[in-house]
Design a protein around this ligand. Structure first.
Ligand SMILES: Nc1ncnc2c1ncn2[C@@H]1O[C@H](COP(=O)(O)OP(=O)(O)OP(=O)(O)O)[C@@H](O)[C@H]1O
Length: 527
């Protein structure tokens, strides 16, 4: 298609073409004004004989999408002479241009959380209408014009497809045959882009997930850095890099939610409906845990961050010292679980030293934080509410003094994990199990609170399959009631943590919860 404005008439079907807003492979978009009504729209223009008649496809999807939040209204469409046109709502800048124009290496977390909430919600709507977008990218999401500038709109349905057959009302079938790729190089899912799979709802969500990670990664996802591949060899290299990129590497240093979402998408079955609301809430909570308001409104430019001095680590260390000191003085009776007080004193010293070293560091939070920075219950940077609760529980388990207390803490752990739809054992969950294991195994070992990272690549743990996991967890839940002492329970907790790993899946299964409940009961019985 010729995209040169000279070739396109100034007037198409009573729409007076003004400036060009953008152009793509198959056509151009202009700001246009209706010569009689004065209505201003975005006019998407394409030659009727274009080899890729996306306007024709796109026109077919608009009726099903009308009325949805963030879905542009189609005001008119048709063919005049050589030109196929769509008159749609005039919108604002695309996320791509906002991001580029900001000149920043990454987008701020607050904006990314809002984009996540809104984009997932757009997908939920489109999918509810039986339509896949199939070309999720920053250039295909725009903000609205005032008064809708806080709403993100989905545009460009030229690659969209119905995944619910309009006659049978059934999901389209999967196929093993490799397909030609439709989508975009940067964000199309690994399954669709690199493995030639049939796209379904999970792939739209994976594209959103990759887009979010891209926005938070300095210089973006690695395979986007060399521009669009110009040869098929370059494209093969890009696909390989994308296919081999592990979620934990892509999301290093980012809040857990991003890695969890990517893994979640990749685990979904072909026909499975994503739990959109769960993820919207996850990103809302992530934002809130950083002091941002719960709203998903996209405010651009982002509200200015303010530098605030967090509660000094020195005073946090003093609190810790006090707790540990009290513990040291505690009369533990016969059920001692903390015995080696020299370790306690050492840990207090270490915590104080760390605090002094870090005491003049600042954290940056949003100006909307309402001065909540002094509230102990606000999780530290990049910590979700779930992670925060688990971290607090880990501290408590480390200072529990008898089996009854440990039992209650296990019940609380179960509650936290069950209240969370993903039920995935994140690193803070592992830290809890580590601390519990230490408490049960050797009462004289002092457990450092807040141990938040689980060592990676330690042995066979990474290679247990999900099959092994199911077997081991079934055995654990069967045998936990027969354990005779804490040491046996410790081994069971260790086994449970060991088989719940990345290869086997970190989701706590039904049997897993039964085991934990049995553990809580047995701890009470062994008092
Ligand atoms: N309704 C609109 N209002 C304002 N600008 C728009 C609108 N629709 C599209 N644009 C601008 O035009 C650009 C191209 O739009 P769109 O992706 O719909 O066209 P396309 O021809 O399908 O492009 P591509 O081939 O790159 O997918 C967008 O990135 C956006 O900047």
């Amino acid at each position: 298609m010729a995209t040169d404005k000279e070739e396109i008439p100034h007037l198409i079907a009573n729409w007076w073409l003004q400036e060009r807003l953008g152009s793509g492979y198959s056509g151009s978009i202009f700001r246009a004004k209706h010569i009689h009504t004065g209505q201003v729209v975005a006019l998407k223009v394409q030659r009727v004989d274009h080899e890729c008649p996306t306007n024709r496809y796109e026109r077919g999807f608009y009726p099903s999408l009308q009325g949805g939040v963030g879905m542009p209204t189609l005001w008119a469409s048709g063919v005049e002479g050589m030109w196929d046109y769509l008159a749609i709502d005039l919108l604002g800048a695309s996320l791509d241009s906002l991001y580029r124009r900001s000149g920043k290496e990454t987008m701020d977390l607050r904006s990314v959380c809002c984009i996540a909430m809104q984009m997932i919600s757009r997908l939920e709507f489109m999918h509810s209408r039986g339509i896949l977008h199939r070309d999720i990218q920053l250039g295909n999401a725009t903000i609205g014009l005032s008064p809708n500038e806080k709403t993100i709109y989905m545009i460009d349905f030229g690659f969209s497809k119905r995944y619910i057959d309009s006659y049978t009302h059934r999901h389209i079938p999967d196929s093993k045959a490799k397909r030609d790729f439709i989508g975009n190089y940067w964000f199309s899912s690994v399954g669709v882009h690199c493995r030639g799979k049939v796209p379904s709802r999970r792939d739209d969500l994976e594209a959103v997930s990759l887009m979010l990670i891209h926005l938070l990664t300095p210089r973006g996802l690695s395979w986007t850095r060399n521009g669009v591949p110009k040869t098929s060899a370059a494209h093969e290299i890009l696909k390989r890099e994308k296919r081999l990129a592990r979620p934990e590497d892509l999301c290093r240093g980012l809040p857990n939610e991003f890695e969890e979402l990517l893994r979640y998408c990749r685990k979904l079955k072909f026909q499975e409906c994503p739990d959109y609301q769960y993820w919207i809430e996850e990103f809302r909570e992530l934002g809130q845990s950083h002091g941002f308001p719960p709203s998903s409104e996209f405010i651009w430019p982002p509200p200015k961050p303010v530098s605030v001095k967090p509660k000094s680590k020195a005073s946090a260390a003093d609190d810790l010292a006090k707790v540990l000191d009290d513990l040291g003085r505690m009369n533990l009776g016969e059920n001692q679980t903390l015995a080696d007080r020299t370790n306690v004193a050492k840990a207090v010293r270490q915590a104080k030293q760390d605090a002094r070293r870090d005491s003049d560091k600042h954290t940056v939070i949003s100006s909307d934080a309402d001065g909540q920075e002094n509230d102990d219950s606000i999780p530290p940077a990049f910590m979700t509410p779930k992670a925060h609760k688990l971290a607090k529980l880990t501290i408590r388990v480390s200072s529990a003094t008898d089996n009854a207390a440990l039992s209650d803490l296990v019940l609380e752990f179960i509650k936290i994990m069950k209240s969370n739809t993903s039920r995935t054992l994140i690193k803070d969950g592992f830290a809890f199990l580590d601390a519990l294991n230490k408490q049960l195994e050797d009462p004289s070992v002092f457990v450092l609170p807040m141990r938040t990272s689980r060592p990676k690549d330690v042995s066979s743990t990474q290679t247990e399959t999900s099959h092994t996991k199911l077997g081991v967890v079934a055995r654990l839940q069967r045998d936990v009631g027969k354990a005779r002492n804490n040491r046996q329970l410790a081994t069971m907790v260790q086994d449970f943590g060991r088989v719940t790993n990345r290869s086997s899946g970190r989701t706590i299964t039904k049997d897993g919860f039964s085991f934990l409940e049995g553990l809580a009961r047995q701890l009470k019985a062994l008092q």
